[in-house]
Ligand binder design. Structure first.
Ligand SMILES: O=P(O)(O)OC[C@H]1O[C@](O)(CO)[C@@H](O)[C@@H]1O
Length: 475
C-alpha cells in the first residue's frame, strides 16, 4: 500500500474546510433527508387511511410508513452523535459491498483514537457517511430502491433549462460547420478546449455544496457564453488541456472513459462532450460512463439517474423554461443523437443501464467508486477495473471528490507535482481531471502562482470559483 509523506485533511484543524463541513454542511444534508422522508411519510399516512383503497395496499403503505419512521430515527441519531463527536459505529452487515472494508478501517482508526466524526480523515468519514446512510435504506423492505436525494437532483435539473437549450443550440450551430471543423486538427483542438470548459464549469452545479439554490444562482453557475467562459479562464490554476489533446490524438477509434460526478446539468455537459468526441474526432469511437451504485455525495450519478437524464431531455414538458420552437428543435435533435449513441452502444455505462440501486448482485464494475480508498490503491483493491481502464485512450475524472481521491485528500504542498500526488496510479492510463475547487487539497501548482492567488482570494481552494485541469500521461 502506498504511504504518502503527509497526513490527510481532517476536521481537527478548525480553520480547514472539513471542519466547516462536519459542523454545518453534513447536518444540513441529513436534515434535508429527514424533511424529504417526512413528506413521503405524510403521503403514506394519508394513503393508508384512505377507505376506498385495497386493504392489502393500505397495509403495505402502513408498513412502509413504519420503516420510514425508523429511518428518520436512525438519521436523527447520527446527527446527534456527529454533533457530539461520538465514535462512528460499524456499518451493519447489510448484504451490500464494502462493509468489511469500512469497518476494518474504523478499527484501524480506533487504534489511534481517530474513529470519531471530528477526528477521522475527512475523506474516509464522508464516504462512510453516505455508505452508512445507504445501509439504513437497504435493510428495509420498502425503501430498498429509494434515493433520498432523487427529488433534489431532478428539481435542480429541471431548473437548468435555459443553459441546456443554449448548449443544444451551440451543438446545432456546430453541426453546420462540421466539415470545416474536421478539416483541420487545429480547429478540433480549439473545440476540444471549449468542451472541456463547458464540462469543467458544469461541475459548479453541485448539490452537496449548494443545498438551496435559486433559479438565478443555477443559471449564473451554468453560463456557457464565450464571455463568461473567458472571464473564468483567469480562475484556472493549472491547465493541461493541450497535453490531454496531444495524448488523445495518438489514438484511432479509441475509447474515452468518464468517471462521473454529478447528475443533472453536469451529466448533460459530460454527454455533450462525449457526443462531440465521437461525432467530430477520428480518435474516439466509444465512450464508457462510470456511475455510482448508491446515492452518493448527494448529487452523484447513479444508473437510474443516467437513464432518467436521457429520457428527461427528450421530454419537452420536463424542463422548467419556455424555449423558442427552434431551441426545442435543437434539443430534440441532440437528445435523439444521445439516445442513439446509447442504443447503438457507442455510449455505455460500466454497468448495465437498468442496474438497480445497490447493484442487486450485479454491477461490480462500479463498486470501487463507493469505497473510501484513494485511487493510488486501485490496482490492489480492484485490479479488474484498473486493467480495464488501462485500455482507455483517456480517462476523464470529473469533479472535486474524484480529485480528492486521486490525490488521497492529503495535505500535499500545493507545488507537489500532480504525478507525485497520484502515487502508484501515475502512468497507469492517460488521465485528465476536471475539477472546480471545493476542498483544501490542491497540487501541481507553481509556488508563485499559489502566493498570488492566496492574496487575490484566500478561499481559492474551497469556494468553487477556481478550477484545476490536470493531466497525467501513460508511462
Ligand atoms: O461534486 P463534487 O465536485 O465531487 O464535489 C463534492 C463536494 O463534496 C465535498 O466532498 C464536501 O462535502 C467537497 O469536496 C465537494 O464540495
Amino acid at each position: 500500500m502506498f504511504e504518502p509523506p503527509f497526513p490527510p485533511y481532517d476536521p481537527t484543524d478548525k480553520s480547514g474546510f472539513s471542519y466547516d463541513t462536519v459542523v454545518k454542511r453534513w447536518p444540513v444534508i441529513l436534515t434535508s433527508i429527514v424533511d424529504q422522508l417526512h413528506r413521503e411519510n405524510h403521503d403514506l399516512q394519508l394513503y393508508s387511511q384512505h377507505a376506498s383503497d385495497p386493504e392489502q395496499q393500505k397495509a403495505s403503505a402502513a408498513e412502509k410508513l413504519e420503516e420510514g419512521k425508523a429511518i428518520i430515527e436512525q438519521i436523527s441519531k447520527v446527527k446527534y452523535q456527529m454533533a457530539r463527536d461520538h465514535v462512528m459505529e460499524p456499518i451493519p452487515q447489510d448484504g451490500e459491498p464494502h462493509v468489511e472494508l469500512y469497518n476494518s478501517e474504523l478499527e484501524r482508526l480506533a487504534e489511534s483514537s481517530r474513529n470519531t466524526w471530528f477526528t477521522a480523515p475527512w475523506l474516509y468519514a464522508e464516504c462512510y457517511l453516505y455508505r452508512f446512510l445507504r445501509s439504513m435504506f437497504t435493510q428495509t423492505k420498502h425503501w430498498h430502491d429509494y434515493d433520498p436525494f432523487g427529488h433534489q437532483k431532478l428539481d435542480v435539473f429541471r431548473k437548468s433549462g435555459n443553459s441546456i437549450y443554449r448548449i443544444a443550440t451551440m451543438m446545432h450551430e456546430l453541426g453546420k460547420e462540421k466539415s470545416m471543423i474536421e478539416a483541420n486538427p487545429e480547429n478540433l483542438k480549439v473545440f476540444f478546449q471549449e468542451m472541456i470548459q463547458m464540462c469543467l464549469w458544469g461541475n459548479a452545479t453541485d448539490l452537496s455544496l449548494l443545498t438551496h439554490m435559486s433559479l438565478t444562482d443555477i443559471e449564473r453557475l451554468q453560463t456557457v457564453e464565450k464571455e463568461a467562459q473567458t472571464a473564468r479562464q483567469a480562475f484556472i490554476m493549472r491547465d493541461d488541456q493541450e497535453a490531454a489533446w496531444d495524448q488523445l490524438r495518438t489514438s484511432v477509434d479509441g475509447r474515452v472513459d468518464f468517471v462521473l460526478d454529478n447528475s443533472g446539468f453536469e451529466l448533460f455537459t459530460d454527454l455533450v462532450f462525449a457526443d462531440w468526441l465521437v461525432t467530430y474526432t477520428p480518435y474516439v469511437a466509444k465512450v464508457v460512463f462510470h456511475p455510482k451504485l448508491i446515492p452518493w455525495f448527494v448529487s452523484d450519478v447513479t444508473p437510474p439517474d443516467f437513464k432518467q437524464t436521457i429520457t428527461s431531455i427528450s421530454d419537452p414538458a420536463f424542463l422548467q423554461s419556455t424555449p423558442t420552437p427552434e431551441q426545442q428543435d435543437h434539443l430534440n435533435e441532440l437528445a435523439a443523437r444521445l439516445k442513439q449513441h446509447v442504443e447503438s452502444g457507442v455510449f455505455s455505462m460500466s454497468v448495465p443501464l437498468d442496474n438497480p440501486l445497490g447493484g442487486g448482485g450485479t454491477g461490480k464494475e462500479a463498486n470501487f467508486w463507493t469505497t473510501p480508498v484513494p485511487y493510488w490503491n486501485m490496482a490492489t483493491y480492484d485490479n479488474e477495473l484498473w486493467q480495464d481502464l488501462r485500455k482507455s485512450s483517456l480517462v476523464i475524472f470529473k469533479g472535486d471528490l474524484n480529485y480528492r481521491k486521486l490525490t488521497g485528500d492529503i495535505q500535499w504542498p500545493a507545488w507537489t507535482p500532480f504525478t507525485e500526488a497520484l502515487g502508484p496510479l501515475a502512468g497507469s492510463f492517460p488521465l485528465l481531471s476536471l475539477r472546480t475547487n471545493k476542498a483544501d487539497v490542491a497540487v501541481g501548482l507553481d509556488k508563485e502562482k499559489v502566493r498570488e492567488t492566496e492574496e487575490r482570494d484566500a478561499k481559492w481552494r474551497v469556494n468553487g470559483k477556481f478550477a484545476l485541469i490536470s493531466f497525467a500521461a501513460r508511462s
